[in-house]
Design a protein around this ligand. Structure first.
Ligand SMILES: [Zn+2]
Length: 126
């Protein structure tokens, strides 16, 4: 198998590809892939795609979209308060309103009670 050239992916103005395009690893330094941003503790932050890098792979092409580092935002790290709120929300979904016990599993939504409290006909209907 011959190694195909990636040179035809060189299109910084996006004339051929529609958006600015570079061969893999050849993008200018102010653009980064989502993965590269994540490694730096950043996320695209809702900005539009600024370009792409392409490379050949055995079947077809591998594409990674690029984002402008200048518009990237810090990755959201949940605060302990948010984690606690999430925990409470999950606990509420595990707590049976009839026996008021956290049964350890999320209650079946259509039954609205734990499997011990639910009447057989309720379980059949759900
Ligand atoms: Zn119960």
């Amino acid at each position: 198998m011959t190694r195909r050239s990636n040179a035809r992916f060189w299109d910084p103005a996006g004339r051929r590809f529609g958006i600015p395009t570079w061969p893999w690893r050849m993008a200018p330094g102010h653009l980064a892939t989502r993965r590269q941003l994540a490694a730096a503790g950043l996320r695209p932050g809702g900005q539009p795609v600024a370009g792409q890098v392409l490379r050949h792979r055995p079947r077809g092409l591998l594409v990674a979209y690029l984002y402008d580092v200048a518009f990237a935002k810090p990755k959201r790290v949940p605060t302990t308060a948010q984690l606690a709120a999430l925990d409470r929300a999950l606990a509420a979904r595990r707590t049976c309103p009839r026996c008021r016990t956290d049964v350890g599993y999320v209650l079946p939504r259509r039954v609205g009670a734990c499997l011990d409290c639910a009447e057989p006909w309720e379980l059949e209907a759900a």
